[in-house]
Design a protein around this ligand. Structure first.
Ligand code: SAH
Length: 374
């Protein structure tokens, strides 16, 4: 399962992190660690309050924990900064979107985006370093998948965002770099931890945690059996195999005749509505004919469609359709009975589309050789 969809992709070339993260320990591991470090049982709760309610960046901040316990813990596990050390925070005027770039303990980079909207803030987390799926318009997959993130590295992104916000995020979306269903166990574990009631976790409602997949069918089938109320988005982007093959190589492993029945089965088994993401590319998938095809494909079962005008990246020649074309597409879907929304992508000013900030930093620190390899 871990390697689903990665056949034929480059082997991960990163090393495993040196010290495990404090944020990836399960309850039993956590208690025995504290015990092994000479801490009394009640220290577990105190530590968790520092982790999930006060978002302490480092051991030094945990002022009611005895110094010798902190030292013993620090020898064995990494704190928030040891898990994700801040490299850069880029902000965007106007929308308020902030993008965090962090370095992992093996030197790899990961990005997390904070997206404020009215009274709530959504945090977009990454699940892998790079991505093995190589969607044509997405900057995340340019150098393939380096490695999957550990569960602690995923949880720590939400905690780092919380520490910047000064409160827990309202929503989490697995729409950063990587394919969460290619790192299924760690992504699910992290989501459960974010969902766990304080102080064992961040206390974010399951329905406010969204997984987004490029269409890894075995992942969708497994997700249907989790019995959790997490949300599911499926990146569709095209109404037929001919167009989808050109945008998303994953369509050759799981074409629409496999993907759509899996989505339908998910809806029937869980009673939950899937959101299909559809990136509009001018003259490619944004015409009335594609709207009609999309209606034929999706009308048979209840779902939502979220239209995203293409966020231009240098490597992809497609263009963003005009606002009028996007709106016309939306209206056609709605007239046909599909619930369709049109979202202007936020964060262009901070290179917020998948992988763009990480790519820029990798290119800057490693030079041309790395950036031209993909
Ligand atoms: N691997 C997962 C999650 C990460 S991508 C997935 O594919 O769903 C999150 C969303 O952003 C996906 O729908 C993806 O297709 C979309 N996306 C990536 N690059 C984009 C771009 N340049 N313009 C618009 N949407 C993009």
């Amino acid at each position: 399962m871990e390697n689903v969809g990665q056949q034929g992709d480059p082997q991960p070339r990163g090393n495993a992190p040196v010290r495990p993260s404090l944020y990836g320990l399960d309850d039993e591991e956590f208690s025995s660690l504290v015990q092994a470090c000479g801490g009394e049982a009640y220290r577990v709760r105190q530590l968790r309050e520092w982790m999930y309610q006060r978002f302490a960046p480092a051991w030094a901040a945990m002022s009611n924990i005895p110094k010798n316990l902190r030292t013993a813990l620090a020898e064995r596990v990494a704190d928030l900064e040891g898990t994700l050390s801040p490299v850069e925070t880029a902000g965007e005027e106007g929308s308020g979107t902030r993008k965090l770039l962090s370095r992992l303990s093996d030197g790899e980079l990961v990005e997390t985006v904070l997206i404020p909207a009215r009274d709530r803030t959504t945090v977009c987390v990454s699940s892998q370093v790079g991505c093995g799926f190589r969607c044509a318009f997405c900057a995340s997959g340019l150098n393939g998948c380096v490695r999957s993130l550990t569960r602690g590295e995923i949880v720590a992104q939400a905690v780092r965002a919380a520490s910047l916000l000064g409160r827990r995020p309202d929503r989490i979306v697995f729409m950063g770099i990587g394919e969460p269903f290619a790192n299924y166990e760690n992504a699910l574990w992290a989501a459960r931890r974010m969902n766990a009631a304080e102080p064992a976790g961040l206390g974010i409602g399951a329905r406010h945690i969204t997984f987004s997949t490029c269409g890894v069918v075995p992942g969708i089938e497994r997700f249907a059996r989790e019995g959790m109320q997490f949300e599911l988005s499926v990146s569709l982007h095209a109404p037929n195999n001919a167009l989808r093959d050109r945008l998303m190589p994953v369509n050759r492993s799981w074409p629409l005749e496999k993907l759509i029945p899996a989505c339908r089965a998910y809806t029937e088994q869980t009673g939950r509505i899937i959101t299909f993401e559809y990136t509009l590319v001018a003259g490619f998938n944004d015409g009335p004919e594609q709207a009609r095809e999309l209606l034929r494909l999706l009308r048979p079962f209840p779902c939502r469609v979220n239209l995203i005008p293409l966020n231009p990246v240098p490597e992809f020649k497609g263009e963003t359709p005009s606002a009028a074309t996007c709106e016309r597409f939306r209206v056609l879907l709605e007239r046909g009975g599909l619930n369709a929304t049109l979202r202007r992508s936020k964060g262009r000013g901070v290179n917020a589309s998948c992988g763009q900030l990480r790519r820029a930093a990798v290119a800057a620190t490693r030079g041309q050789a790395e950036s031209s390899r993909g």
